[in-house]
Design a protein around this ligand. Structure first.
Ligand code: HEC
Length: 132
């Protein structure tokens, strides 16, 4: 009986511990398209260029309750890896039918940086990358 309780306590401690450690906002991104390592600086912050590009080129359709048949999207809709796939494979219908318009390669990189940095489960107030 005591042994079971000890196992339970240790398991619980591990679960709580891993939740506290969590992930943190990434500081680098490997871009498979250009085969380069991108350092995620100001442009990738929520007030930076990437966020503006998202607002001006994607949120025109992907806002809540839109009538364009596009689902609501924000940075946390996908994990960083999933955002990388969106830009590397260009699989969404809108990337293929020209809805991404005249986004330059550089703008796509900045947008990818922003979405990657702020993707699902990246924010962790208990990490040095995100606190303060
Ligand atoms: C003209 C409207 C329009 C614009 C602009 C647009 N999209 Fe889309 N997007 C759509 C539609 C319609 C679909 C297909 C339905 C769906 O899955 O939301 C789609 C699908 C997607 C999907 C697939 C959804 C999923 O669950 O994986 C992603 C990702 C996406 N768009 C990202 C973007 C990004 C990033 C931009 C900006 C560069 C953008 N879209 C701009 C209309 C648009």
């Amino acid at each position: 009986m005591q042994k079971i309780i000890r196992i339970l306590v240790v398991t619980l401690a591990l679960i709580v511990g891993s939740a506290v450690m969590g992930q943190a906002s990434p500081v680098k991104r490997f871009d498979p398209g250009t085969q380069t390592c991108r350092i995620l600086g100001f442009d990738s912050m929520w007030w930076g260029d990437g966020a503006k590009i998202f607002q001006n080129n994607c949120k025109s359709c992907h806002y809540r309750n839109n009538d364009k048949g596009a689902k609501f999207l924000y940075a946390e809709s996908k994990s960083p890896e999933a955002w990388n796939r969106v830009f590397f494979k260009k699989y969404p219908q809108c990337a293929k039918d020209g809805s991404w318009g005249a986004l330059s390669v550089n703008d796509q990189l900045k947008l990818n940086d922003y979405l990657y940095r702020n993707g699902a489960n990246t924010y962790n107030p208990n990490s040095a990358a995100d606190c303060g």
